[in-house]
Design a protein around this ligand. Structure first.
Ligand code: URA
Length: 267
């Protein structure tokens, strides 16, 4: 049966429907060898050969779920127009084309999920599901009680007030402080902008937790596949709505071990 190309791409886990439209407009999609760069085109996923960036979509592909420690200096996309390293470079031995669930900035490191399960990825990213994301942040200087309180209660950013966060101190040295921030929103550069808004300069930012998943012993650039039980739990959490009863969702605080691993000279 023929369906719109953006729907086929999103069902194959390539991207959300809106992102798929962008991919089509960029001329990265071909149907039976012919590049399609306008919207509205339909194809039959069973009869037609559909490619993205020259690679054939496999709609019957086995679902794969990857937990990667994204290093600093990698872009969370599959292709970068500026030619910078992309996270897929780190996943050469993964037997499927997987896509990032959300994004981490070029200069942010830590836990990044990737999958070819488009439905789960979209559910996890949907703001109504309020999936917790835990970050360890190294900032310059001392962090005051009022800064912690402002970050916890919500900070006014250009795109509105941030939801309550769980913010705790981790460690302090003569030059730097480490704090943990757990949020469930996923706005662009949110943690950096929250810190800047209260006068803190972010020196290093690492996502250490995504929902119940932790970075664990992985080192930058390393990854592992999720277990069937982890996938089952993630699907359960992605299917839940926001906290019931209308009370604002308070993220679960970070469980802390060493604030940053895998890089020497943490000071
Ligand atoms: N917040 C940020 O500022 N950057 C990220 O990469 C993730 C969260």
């Amino acid at each position: 049966m023929e369906e719109r190309l953006q729907k086929i791409l999103s069902q194959a886990g390539v991207a959300s429907r809106r992102e798929a439209e962008g991919i089509i407009l960029e001329g990265r999609v071909a149907v039976n060898g012919e590049v399609v760069s306008e919207l509205g085109r339909k194809a039959d996923p069973e009869a037609d050969s559909i490619t993205v960036d020259g690679k054939k979509l496999n709609l019957g592909e086995k679902r794969v779920y990857v937990l990667l420690y994204k290093p600093v200096g990698y872009v969370t996309t599959m292709k970068d127009p500026q030619g910078r390293p992309v996270v897929s470079d780190l996943l050469k031995s993964v037997p499927a084309r997987v896509y990032p669930v959300g994004r981490l900035d070029y200069n942010t490191e830590g836990l990044l999920l990737l999958t070819n399960d488009g439905a789960l990825a979209h559910a996890l990213m949907h703001p109504s599901h309020e999936i917790d994301k835990g970050y360890l942040v190294r900032v310059g200087g001392h962090v005051s009680e009022s800064q912690i309180q402002r970050l916890s209660e919500g900070v006014r950013l250009e795109d509105g007030l941030t939801a309550p966060a769980v913010v705790t101190r981790v460690r302090e040295s003569a030059q730097n402080s480490w704090i943990s921030i757990t949020i469930h929103e996923g706005r662009y550069r949110q943690v950096r902008r929250m810190c800047e808004a209260v006068g803190l300069q972010v020196v290093r930012l690492k996502r250490s937790r995504y929902d119940f998943l932790e970075i664990g012993e992985l080192k930058p650039g390393e990854y592992r596949l999720l277990s069937a039980e982890e996938v089952r739990r993630l699907k359960g959490d992605a299917a839940k709505g926001p906290s019931s009863g209308g009370a604002p969702h308070r993220p679960r605080p970070e469980r802390l071990k060493a604030p940053f691993r895998g890089r020497k000279n943490p000071a």
